[in-house]
Every structure is written in structure tokens, then in C-alpha cells.
Design a binder for this molecule. Structure first.
Ligand SMILES: [Zn+2]
Length: 225
């Protein structure tokens, strides 16, 4: 599904083509240049004080990777919702992502687990976070948001009763699993600029990709598939 607020027609027509090659696996060959909004949105987030160091959120100094990869002050996030939902492994994320991911877990995923699965969520399986590479590992493609610590891939949800809901099986699983995962996607679409589920393409058959990319100048264009 596409949300298109106030976007010129030619952008609407071209973006789906560009996004067909969007996002996930690895590969070192790319051409990229620094985009000013990245630093300004991260600086604004850091200055707001909304992200503070805790036992579950610690700054990491050097991410490695060449060129434009990385972030000003990346964080290692090992849990969300005040430590109630752990991440395995911990995710490396920039400041705006920390806020959005925490909000997603606390106010979307946790309520969805209660509503559709009758239990609480205790852990997310992180399939990928920071990784300096192109979208889907295609040589010459645009640098992935993963390269900016601006993206997260989630492949499974561990529940308090011991069940594990994977995106791969659950997407076509029981009615409750399907409802839970679609509610999780809907919640992501309210919070992130890009959300790619198994409905998007073959690269996302086993995980949700979420990021805070800017698809148009003021960042109002969103992708939810
Ligand atoms: Zn991804």
C-alpha cells in the first residue's frame, strides 16, 4: 500500500521503480554522497535529550566502514520499553531510529501481542542493523539505510509463553499470527518512512525492514508494503 501526501505525479510514478531494488543484503561496491538532512535530523534528536544512555542504550564510538557510512553518535540498543523487550543481537542505531524503534515496540508490538496472541513480547530477533552496504547488496545500487545506522531488520518475536513468531512462517501462519504480524507492520508504517514486509519483494520474505530514509525533500513521502 502507498501513502502519497502532496507528491508531484512524476515522483509518484518513478519512486516505485526506484524502490523495487530497495534495501537489504550485503555488498561493498557503491557510489554515495552525504545528504545534509541526515546530520541535521540526528543532531536535532541528540539535542532534544530524548535519547539518554541507560543500561540498555550505550553510545558506540567507531562503526568502521568506508566513506559516508556511520552516524555522528550511534547507539547500541540491547532492549526497548525500559528493558522489557530485549534485542538479540543488540542493534546499532542512530538517535532518531532509537526513538522510533522504542515507540514501535512499546506502543505497537507489545499491544499487538497482547491483543492477538494473549501474551507479552520479551524479545526481538534482529536480523540486521548497521551494515555498510548497498540496497539488497546490488553492486552500484544506492547505499542502504543500514549503512547509516538508520534501518532495522526484525525476523522474529519471542513471546513470554515461549512461542516464537517468525516473519517467514507467521506471515502465512495461523490467523492469530497473521493478524499479529500485520498489526506490527501497520504500527511500523505509522512510525517509519520505509516499511518492507514479505508483501514487498523476495528480499523481505523472512523479515520486516524499517528505516527513516527521506524519499522526498521534506520527508513526507512514505513507503509501506
Ligand atoms: Zn533491511
Amino acid at each position: 500500500m502507498w501513502k502519497v501526501p502532496f507528491v508531484p505525479v512524476h515522483v509518484v510514478l518513478l519512486l516505485p521503480l526506484a524502490l523495487l531494488i530497495a534495501s537489504c543484503a550485503g555488498g561493498p561496491s557503491y557510489v554515495a554522497e552525504k545528504e545534509p538532512w541526515r546530520d541535521s535530523s540526528e543532531q536535532a534528536c541528540l539535542a532534544s535529550g530524548s535519547v539518554q544512555q541507560t543500561a540498555f542504550l550505550t553510545p558506540v564510538s567507531n562503526l568502521g566502514g568506508p566513506g559516508v557510512c556511520g552516524a555522528i553518535k550511534p547507539f547500541e540498543m540491547s532492549a526497548a520499553d525500559y528493558g522489557r523487550v530485549t534485542f538479540r543481537p543488540a542493534a546499532i542505531l542512530r538517535c532518531p531510529m532509537v526513538n522510533s524503534v522504542d515507540d514501535w515496540v512499546k506502543n505497537s508490538i507489545a499491544p499487538a501481542a497482547a491483543r492477538y496472541l494473549g501474551t507479552s513480547i520479551v524479545q526481538l530477533t534482529v536480523a540486521s542493523s548497521y551494515s555498510c552496504r548497498t540496497r539488497n547488496g546490488i553492486a552500484g545500487a544506492k547505499l542502504s539505510e543500514h549503512g547509516m545506522a538508520n534501518a532495522l531488520d526484525v525476523s522474529a518475536f519471542l513471546l513470554a509463553d515461549g512461542r516464537k513468531i517468525t516473519v517467514k512462517r507467521g506471515w502465512h501462519g495461523t490467523a492469530d499470527e497473521q493478524a499479529f504480524l500485520r498489526a506490527v507492520r501497520s504500527g511500523a508504517c505509522e512510525r517509519f518512512a520505509t516499511v518492507l514486509s514479505p508483501d514487498a519483494d523476495r528480499f523481505h520474505h523472512d523479515h520486516f525492514h524499517v528505516d527513516l530514509a527521506r524519499h522526498n525533500r521534506d520527508g513526507t513521502y512514505r513507503v509501506c508494503r
